[in-house]
Design a protein around this ligand. Structure first.
Ligand SMILES: Nc1ncnc2c1ncn2[C@@H]1O[C@H](COP(=O)(O)OP(=O)(O)O)[C@@H](O)[C@H]1O
Ligand SMILES: [Mg+2]
Length: 252
């Protein structure tokens, strides 16, 4: 078997406050998988993503990203948070290209990359707009474009669509899947929505809290590409019921 894209071997995280956020978490994500973490608030989902990204370090166990330490694999990954935090004084293109600008990339290369990713997320006509002129969904797309401009192959997404209304979220899910299916990323995604998790994922990992541990690891066989009407199918409904049940079990 090939080197997993993300591998956690008995990872533990105890904060200095004494909180044992995660204990003995082992997880292996293969290239091209879409894995979603579900679990009660405080079960360590954000902690897990932050450690994989290299923003924080485990107090026990080991994390490997494509066989490397998270610090050495930083260029492979992009992190997308719920809050798009676009700079209000920069245009959409200015925000999306900022990291390239900071790296000192030449202007033509920057312009090309920015225009590519704005096209990917459907914001090609909004390059010169300011964040205040965008809807919530468009801001989120700008934030995704910003994450994609460095051409990551791994996306770490921490409740990215939680602040959006349901229809916008559904549309974002469909667009994300379309990109996922064509770009062959590996995605580790966090949400509280069972329906969103089922619609997107190849696998759902359910964590229990205090300390955070893996309680269930469920593969979904819903096929791809996934179309919006999947949400109305019996197979989808079955999966939602199954996952909801497992989730209720760890929340007791
Ligand atoms: N920087 C920190 N310092 C101390 N405790 C923290 C810190 N970040 C998170 N925690 C604690 O660790 C546990 C897991 O938090 P978190 O990873 O944010 O969970 P989730 O994202 O699943 O809601 C919680 O009990 C939380 O209070
Ligand atoms: Mg969190």
């Amino acid at each position: 078997m090939s080197v997993p894209e993300i591998a956690l071997n008995r990872v533990t995280k105890q904060y200095k406050t004494g909180t044992l956020a995660l204990e003995g978490v082992s997880l292996s994500v293969q290239r091209g998988e879409f894995v979603t973490l579900l679990g009660p608030s405080g079960c360590g989902k954000s902690t897990l993503l932050r450690m994989i990204s290299g923003l924080s370090t485990p107090t026990g166990g080991e994390i490997r990203v494509n066989g490397m330490t998270p610090g050495n694999a930083r260029e492979l990954m992009s992190f997308i948070f719920q809050d798009p935090t676009l700079m209000p004084w920069r245009t959409v293109a200015g925000n999306v290209g900022l990291s390239l600008e900071l790296e000192g990339a030449a202007r033509p290369l920057r312009a090309e990359r920015v225009s590519d990713v704005l096209g990917l997320v459907g914001l090609q006509h909004f390059a010169n707009r300011y964040p205040r002129e965008l809807s919530g969904g468009m801001k989120m797309r700008a934030s995704i474009a910003r994450a994609l401009v460095s051409r990551p192959r791994i996306l770490l997404m921490d409740e990215p669509f939680a602040a959006l209304d349901e229809m916008t979220r559904d549309r974002m899910n469909e667009q994300l899947l379309r990109l996922f299916e064509e770009q062959k990323w590996t995605v580790l995604f966090v949400t509280h929505s069972v329906a969103e998790a089922v619609f997107l994922s190849t696998r759902i990992v359910i964590l229990s809290a205090h300390p955070g541990r893996i309680a269930h690891d469920v593969a979904l066989n819903l096929g791809r590409p996934r179309e919006p009407h999947l949400r109305e199918s019996a197979a989808f409904e079955q999966a939602v019921i199954q996952i909801s049940r497992l989730l209720r079990g760890v929340q007791r």
